[in-house]
Write a protein that binds this ligand. Structure first.
Ligand code: HEC
Length: 189
C-alpha cells in the first residue's frame, strides 16, 4: 500500500520534479554502491596482505576485484567499476578519460582528492542515464603494488598478469584512479 501511495504522489509531480527526484535517487544509489565497493575491496586487500603480503595479494586482487565489481553492479542495479589514467586492468572510455583529466586539473589547483566527485545525466542508448565518478586516493598501503619502488618480485608478478600495466609510480596522496558508476534513471525506484 505504501509503495502505491508513494508512486501516485510521484506521478502527480511535474515532469521536471520527477526527473530531479529520479536523479537524486540514482545519485544516492551510486554513492551507496561506491561506498560498499570501496569497503569490500579494502577489506579483501587487507586480509590478503595480512595472510601473505603483496605476493599473495596480487592474485587475490586479480581474481576478486572484477568479481566484487560484478557483485556490486548486480546488487545495486548499476554498472560500477574502477578506472584510471594509468590503468592496470580497466582503462577508461572516452567520457571517463575526460572526467579523470578534470580531476587531475582540480587536484593541481589544490582541491583535496577526497572531494573530487563528478556527475551528469547523459543520453545513453536514448535513455537518460546518471554517470558518476569519484576519485580514489593512493594510501601508503597501495604503494607496494602501485608505488615508485615496487619490489622486483612483486613487479615481475604484476607484469606477468598485466603485460600493459601502467599503474606504478604513484606516491601517497596521488589520485590512483576513480570509481565509475552508470545507471539509467528508469532503472531507479
Ligand atoms: C597487492 C597488490 C595491490 C595493492 C596493495 C593495491 N592494488 Fe590496486 N590493483 C592491483 C591489481 C592486481 C589490480 C588489477 C585488478 C583487476 O584485475 O581488476 C589493481 C587495480 C586497481 C585499480 C583499478 C584501475 C586499474 O588500474 O585498472 C585501482 C583504482 C586500484 N587498484 C587502486 C588501489 C588503491 C587505492 C590501493 C590502496 C588502498 C591499491 N590499489 C592497492 C594490485 C594492488
Amino acid at each position: 500500500m505504501k509503495r502505491v501511495a508513494l508512486l501516485s504522489v510521484f506521478m502527480l509531480m511535474p515532469l521536471a520534479a520527477q526527473a530531479d527526484a529520479l536523479e537524486q535517487a540514482a545519485v544516492q544509489k551510486s554513492q551507496e554502491a561506491m561506498k560498499e565497493f570501496g569497503m569490500t575491496l579494502k577489506a579483501t586487500l587487507q586480509a590478503a596482505m595480512q595472510a601473505g603480503g603483496p605476493m599473495n595479494a596480487i592474485p587475490v586482487c586479480h581474481t576478486e576485484a572484477p568479481k566484487i565489481a560484478q557483485q556490486m553492479s548486480e546488487k545495486y542495479g548499476v554498472d560500477i567499476h574502477r578506472t584510471s589514467l594509468k590503468p592496470r586492468a580497466t582503462p577508461p572510455v572516452e567520457w571517463e578519460m575526460a572526467v579523470l583529466e578534470g580531476f587531475a586539473r582540480q587536484k593541481a589547483d589544490g582541491k583535496p582528492v577526497g572531494e573530487l566527485v563528478w556527475k551528469e545525466v547523459a543520453q545513453v542508448d536514448d535513455k537518460p542515464t546518471l554517470r558518476m565518478m569519484k576519485a580514489i586516493g593512493a594510501d601508503a598501503v597501495c604503494l607496494s603494488c602501485h608505488g615508485a619502488a615496487v619490489n622486483p618480485d612483486v613487479l615481475a608478478k604484476i607484469q606477468m598478469l598485466y603485460p600493459n600495466d601502467k599503474a606504478v609510480g604513484f606516491a601517497e596522496g596521488d589520485i590512483r584512479g576513480a570509481f565509475s558508476v552508470s545507471v539509467p534513471l528508469a532503472a531507479v525506484q
